[in-house]
Design a protein. Structure first.
Length: 255
């Protein structure tokens, strides 16, 4: 019985090593694991924020954003509500329709480029949310509108970059990392709820809250961009070359 168990374990280890060996790659090291972990954390904190819109709208309304559109007797008028819905619509459209050009770019330029795009768009979006003047409304430039578009577009860029994280690890980890990235994208919609709870229960105002979160976004997204440099990028390139070789005409021909 012991010999059969040992033989089964040996066979399983051989199969796992053979699956990694099919690509001609070594086992992933600390750099690859750090990149994957950092990418998953960033995915949870920043990728799908715009889809958790309702708490952000409440926060903006309590802070007086677009209050000039309503009278003092009716602070929550139709014009103000319509403007809030318009912000969400444009941010969601940026996240959805940005997938087409960003999907092309992540294949052509790599996930490091998309991480760099996210490290610019998301912190800048939160800075605009922080320092925009909410009591007045300009017909020429709306900082809140630009902020929502940047956050939606940057979140989409970060999600597409995270789809490449699974290829940094062994094939046996690929389903877990891909599933985790998708689940964390959905879970990121609760971030605005957490920020609103912090806003409501502390002395932090809108400016300090979003400025601080902008610093967090810049640190993590820029760290993710830099973490792709070197060995993780080389491993991803080798995996892509191996997959291209396996999918070539010669691989489909019968012996």
């Amino acid at each position: 019985m012991a010999s059969e168990t040992a033989l089964a374990a040996k066979t399983q280890d051989h199969a796992l090593s053979h699956s990694s060996g099919d690509r001609g790659l070594d086992e992933p090291g600390a750099r690859e694991w750090c990149t994957v972990c950092l990418g998953l954390v960033a995915t949870f904190l920043f990728s799908g924020l715009i889809f958790g819109w309702a708490p952000l709208q409440v926060l903006l309304e309590e802070d007086g954003v677009y209050s000039s559109l309503c009278s003092r007797e009716q602070p929550l008028c139709t014009d103000r509500s319509s403007r809030m819905v318009f912000l969400y619509t444009m941010g969601q459209m940026a996240a959805v329709f940005g997938g087409a050009p960003l999907g092309f770019l992540v294949d052509r330029c790599g996930p490091q480029f998309c991480s760099a795009v996210a490290s610019v768009c998301i912190p800048l979006g939160f800075l605009l949310l922080s320092f925009a003047d909410g009591t007045t409304h300009s017909a020429w430039f709306d900082s809140f509108l630009v902020a929502c578009v940047l956050i939606g577009f940057g979140g989409c860029s970060l999600l597409l970059a995270s789809m490449k994280l699974a290829f940094l690890l062994s094939p046996r980890h690929l389903p877990f990392v891909m599933t985790a990235a998708n689940c964390l994208f959905d879970a990121s919609s609760v971030v605005f709820l957490a920020l609103y709870k912090l806003y409501a229960s502390s002395s932090l105002g809108r400016r300090k809250l979003f400025a601080g979160y902008s610093c967090v976004a810049l640190t993590l997204c820029l760290g993710l961009t830099l973490s792709w440099t070197g060995q993780p990028n080389s491993r991803l390139r080798a995996v892509c070359l191996a997959e291209s070789a396996c999918e070539g005409p010669g691989a489909l021909a019968k012996p």
